[in-house]
Design a protein around this ligand. Structure first.
Ligand SMILES: CC(C)(COP(=O)(O)OP(=O)(O)OC[C@H]1O[C@@H](n2cnc3c(N)ncnc32)[C@H](O)[C@@H]1OP(=O)(O)O)[C@@H](O)C(=O)NCCC(=O)NCCS
Length: 421
């Protein structure tokens, strides 16, 4: 496959989210909105909510610990650690270096953070692929983590498209899950003001409807570049792809993206009135996209990780025999995007239970709207220097790795990833 000297791919995956969630129907009722708008219009059933004691570092570390533990990977095997995030905890110090310390990785492990809105983890994944292909890994593996808390604020249009969580992926030369095909990747970049978060703001600013247009244009651009790179578009044709994964800020976005995917491949635009083509698009969506949106619909928007949640949903449920081609489209506002494909490794189905976060998600606690609003408000100041220290007990959190305040301008953590359920 491809012309690269070494194959690279995803060898291990794990997810860690928050301890609390909100039902979208409860949020809709509180905001005086028809619940069908959030549940069917946006396609979201539940939304993960981070307490002030859960941050990008704790979620990333627990997800990574889980991936290494479940796939029996020694931390000493990791030679590159990249955390993709748009909700880092410091303007200078990367989340990745906290994670490096908490996981006990080797001092010669190259460690950094990538930021380009929701595209940061895909940038990390393709960098890891290049690192291995170039022969720089010397048998070691790369750990790529997508970790974010999506915050738009109370009573904003973006409020129902929030969420929080981390996906950790180990990339290696002998992947057990998905071989990435470097010849099938294409890129797209354009300066647009569709979503941004100035240094002084905890909350994102978004021109929501414009961001959807930018996303769709970026899809077409990245897909066309992928076709040019591969020299042929045959392997990229939808008929040759078993499942399509997109960046999913809310699951309805995947339907819009797939519509654009079909249009771009066919070279035509398809209006709702074109019944024959709409039937074709809808059938393809139901087969290749919709079945793999379940985790996204109950976790919400996790920015950098949302694309990879679809892949996890597929790997835990599809029981693929191996050889299936999967497509991935990552979009980061601002904007940067990539489209690429990978091929499922034989026996990947054996790891479905290792990947499945169902037990972890079933342990989440449902918030009522008052508690949700208290929690969002408390999170606003939780990382101010010497502010009242957030106490895990105040949020009914059990054992685990938690952020417990900033003292002398230094973030403090307690507990360990191994103890986090
Ligand atoms: C996504 C976002 C733009 C939605 O904005 P909004 O103005 O509140 O919502 P809309 O009026 O567009 O309604 C959303 C959908 O629900 C549908 N809807 C509205 N009321 C409905 C109801 N009662 N029942 C069923 N569906 C309903 C709308 O038709 C629309 O679907 P469509 O896009 O397929 O036409 C907003 O949440 C946002 O800004 N989010 C953050 C940015 C973002 O996620 N960008 C994505 C690209 S990165």
């Amino acid at each position: 496959m491809g012309s690269a000297s070494r194959v690279a791919g995803i060898d291990a995956m794990a997810f860690h989210g928050t301890h609390c969630y909100l039902e979208m129907a409860d949020l809709a009722t509180a905001r005086g909105v028809d619940p069908d708008k959030y549940i069917h219009g946006l396609g979201q059933r539940q939304m993960a909510v981070a307490t002030p004691c859960e941050d990008t570092v704790t979620m990333a570390t627990v997800a990574a610990h889980r991936a290494l533990d479940r796939f029996d990977i020694d931390p000493g095997e990791i030679g590159t650690l990249i955390v993709g995030t748009e909700t880092g905890v410091d303007h200078s110090k990367p989340v990745a270096v906290y994670v490096h310390d908490m996981l006990g990785l080797a001092p010669n492990c190259r460690t950094f953070e990538t930021k380009h809105a929701c595209y940061g983890a895909m940038a990390g994944l393709t960098s890891a692929m290049d690192w291995i292909s170039a022969g720089r890994a010397r048998g070691r593996k790369a750990l790529i983590i997508a970790s974010d808390i999506a915050r738009y604020g109370l009573n904003t249009p973006g409020e129902p498209t929030q969420g929080a969580g981390a996906v950790a992926m180990v990339v290696s030369e002998r992947p057990r899950l998905l071989e990435l095909d470097p010849t099938s990747f294409g890129d797209y970049t354009r300066q647009v003001m569709d979503f941004w978060r100035p240094l002084y703001s905890k909350y994102a600013f978004a021109d929501g409807h414009y961001s959807i247009d930018c996303y769709l244009d970026a899809f077409s651009g990245a897909w066309r570049d992928a076709c040019e790179n591969s020299g042929t578009w045959e392997p990229l044709r939808l008929d040759n792809i078993d499942a399509c994964f997109y960046h999913v800020p809310f699951t309805k976005m995947a339907r819009k993206a797939h519509h654009r995917h079909c249009e771009t491949e066919w070279g035509i635009s398809v209006a709702k009135e074109n019944e024959a083509k709409m039937t074709e698009i809808n059938a393809s969506y139901e087969r290749q996209v919709a079945p793999w949106l379940e985790l996204n619909s109950i976790v919400g928007n996790i920015y950098t990780g949302s694309l990879f949640l679809c892949l996890m949903d597929y790997l835990r449920k599809a029981h693929p025999a191996g050889g299936q081609r999967l497509s991935m489209f990552s979009y980061g506002s601002g904007c940067g995007a990539a489209f690429g494909t990978g091929v499922v490794v034989a026996n990947a189905a054996r790891y479905a239970d290792h990947i499945d976060p169902a037990t972890h998600l079933a342990q989440r606690r449902r918030l009522d709207i008052d508690r949700y609003e208290q929690l969002i408000t408390a999170s606003e100041t939780a990382d101010h220097n010497e502010a009242p220290y957030p106490d895990p007990a105040d949020w009914d959190l059990g054992q685990g790795l938690y952020y417990v305040g900033t003292r002398d301008h230094i973030r403090q953590y307690t507990g360990s990833a191994a103890d986090t359920p």
